[in-house]
Design a binder for this molecule. Sequence first.
Ligand SMILES: Nc1ncnc2c1ncn2[C@@H]1O[C@H](COP(=O)(O)OP(=O)(O)O)[C@@H](O)[C@H]1O
Ligand SMILES: [Mg+2]
Length: 572
Amino acid sequence: MQNDEMVFIKPRQELINISKMYESLRYNDYSTENGLGEIVDNSVEAGARHINVFFEKKKVKNGKRETEAVGSIVVVDDGCGMNEDVIKKCLVLGCSMRVKRNGRMGIGRFGVGMTLGSISLARRVEVFSRDDEKKDFLYTFIDLDMISNGQITQMPEPEYRALPEKYAEYMFGNTGTVVILTNCDRLDGTGKRQDANEVNASIANYLGRTYRKFIESGLQIYLDGRRVCLHDPLYIAGPTQFDTKEKQDPKAVLYSQTTLDWDIPGMSGEKAPITIRLSLLPKEWRLNIGDGGKAEAKKRKIDQNEGVSILRANREVLYDKVPYLIGTKGQYSYEENDRFWGCEILFPPELDECFQVRYIKRGAEPIGPLKDRLREELTSAVKSLRKTIKGDRAQQKAENNQKASAFDNAENLMGDVDALLPANKAGKSMSKEEEDQKINEILDQTLDDAEDKKEEKKEQLLNKPYSVVPVKYPQSILFEPEFLLGNKVIIKLNVNHPFYKNIINPLCGDITKEDTTTVTNEKSKIKDAIMLLLLSYAKAFASFSDENSTMLENLLTSWGSILATVVNKMES
Ligand SMILES: Nc1ncnc2c1ncn2[C@@H]1O[C@H](COP(=O)(O)OP(=O)(O)O)[C@@H](O)[C@H]1O
Ligand SMILES: [Mg+2]
């Protein structure tokens, strides 16, 4: 019926004014990453095992300065390639030659990605492709200048052409495609030139996260010759750039995985799965307040790890704080701790409509009922994740407090007045290496010999102006001071000395035991008083230069033995 009607419609006017249309189509929503993503999507879907992306730089004048900007972008893949019929149409707007694989839809769909993605970044797009190793590459292109001035109004007929040599070496398979974007004048979507190195870092980031599922299952992506490692915002998948043969980075645990069977719009009775995965980041990354901002955490992007990652056909389409997904309706309720859990939502293209995916595969916003269902699912899970994170922190804090050396109070008091005291003369001439060695020696003598705590202790000794470290020596010395760089004073307190055993210990409780919770105020005041006596004495020692050290050591030994003798007498 309809066809019959069409016979009567006489063509009057082209539907599109091509020369103007292409120019205005450039002003779409693509960022550099998303524009490139369209081309990489096609390579992934063509089954490529190697994708090489190049951002070729060129020098540009920026006022008087000369900087580097991206001149062209090239994507080389070893996928299935295109036959003549496909390459003819691949740059035609709205032409998708895709057939469902195993009855499933893939990443591509709308038939506009390659063209729109490309022209949003560049004025000229060239394609080389072959689907048969026995044939040469077919070449086609579009050029906005030529379209603007009316030189071309239709796709040029593809022609056989040899692949430029510099890309041929990256063509690992017998079939594949090379897309070359030249005259890249709109890389950040504004027409402003961007620093080539900045672009590079954010592209690597984008590729590693967006295609993480494919990289995980063997796809190799290279950016300017460097392998792109996957980045999983759930911190479960690997290898990441931090996993080496020798050492694997800590991994998150899968906290929960739920699958919802959702109605496919317009297909009565048919359903497709939506999978929600939540992870809890490794404990060691999130135990102390401020952990998320540490250098190691920043390297792993934990400081930015807030939000939800939505994947369509295993390719990420959104990574953001999604306001409607957590908490009460309409409220934006993310918390600082939310960086310590990860969430991904996976859906197949059949459910595009439910996620409001646009032709630009960027962004996703679940529609009403789905939104509510997801919120329901996430809110309770996130609540309990937050509880776990907070709980772990509180426990760690309690442990830290218990561990807080029994001498903390006296050490801190001394530290508070340190600015008023004269600088040390002793220990000034040592080098950083000598200091390091000294600290190792001190730690070797301490009672607490747990190896894993050594680094932590070392850090403490390096950062505190005053420290007391219990050691076991012969009876005659009560303590020995050490003077380190930056005016630091350390006391090695001998727990074998009778003054310690018979006086300090009974008066103050056993301070070498980590559990100090049972110590009363009275006891801790006595302990602080004795420690202040010793610390101030040690600080006074420091005002003598190193030449006097033998004399001072002798003084300490004789003092120690006299004290030992008299304390033993007292007890007998
Ligand atoms: N790297 C590639 N390898 C094989 N075929 C490709 C490649 N890039 C594009 N094509 C073909 O060009 C067509 C148009 O691509 P595109 O505009 O991105 O639309 P879509 O991906 O939505 O189908 C695709 O359907 C595909 O057949
Ligand atoms: Mg595509």
